[in-house]
Design a protein around this ligand. Structure first.
Ligand code: CUA
Length: 189
């Protein structure tokens, strides 16, 4: 009787060995991931930021680059276009942005309160607006199009209603508007 029940412990041992081996492998993988995350974080923290621009969110509307009259699209002396935008609960100012085709367009955006998202649909223009910092990204649009610009960071109860529009218009048409208006907007069009 004893002899007949002998093989069972042997099989359990083999299973236990395989299980322990796999536990070791998965622990090793977790250990490696923790090491990589720690190393990458520590390395990034030890390097200077490529470029950090700060801005006081409390005085955004009263002084400096992001006062309301300075928002929208501006033609620069070098022929490029700078777009300045403010995000706040729960809208963007301006609500509609006009940019030209075939031109270097630099977006400069700031938040007046909490973290907001900045995304132009169907493009790789994608930023986070963090209060206290100026977020910038450059883009070149190839063809006239109208895109939605939704906030894609949850910012409060009105988040889903926070979005604006970006209208890409022909370069010549834009340059004509830029001659007549200090800031080109959908209203000026
Ligand atoms: Cu602003 Cu979500």
């Amino acid at each position: 009787m004893n002899v007949a029940s002998e093989p069972a412990p042997v099989a359990e041992d083999a299973a236990g060995r395989i299980e322990r081996r796999w536990a070791l492998v998965s622990t090793g993988i977790i250990g490696l991931l923790v090491f990589l995350a720690t190393f990458a974080g520590a390395r990034q923290a030890s390097l200077p930021q490529a470029r950090v621009e700060t801005v006081d969110p409390r005085t955004l509307h009263v002084a400096g680059e992001f006062i309301e009259t300075n928002l929208g699209s501006a033609l620069e002396p070098d022929g490029s276009v700078t777009v300045r935008i403010v995000g706040q609960e729960y809208s963007f100012t301006p609500q509609c942005i006009v940019v030209p085709t075939d031109t270097l367009v630099t977006f400069r955006a700031a938040s007046a309160d909490v973290v907001h998202g900045f995304l132009i649909q169907s493009t790789n223009v994608n930023l986070m607006l963090v209060p206290g910092y100026v977020s910038t990204i450059s883009a070149r649009f190839v063809a006239p199009v109208e895109s939605a610009m939704p906030c894609h960071e949850y910012c409060g109860s009105g988040h889903q209603a926070m979005w604006a529009r970006v209208r890409v218009i022909d370069r010549n048409q834009f340059m004509k508007l830029a001659k007549e208006h200090r800031r080109v907007s959908c209203v000026a069009e």
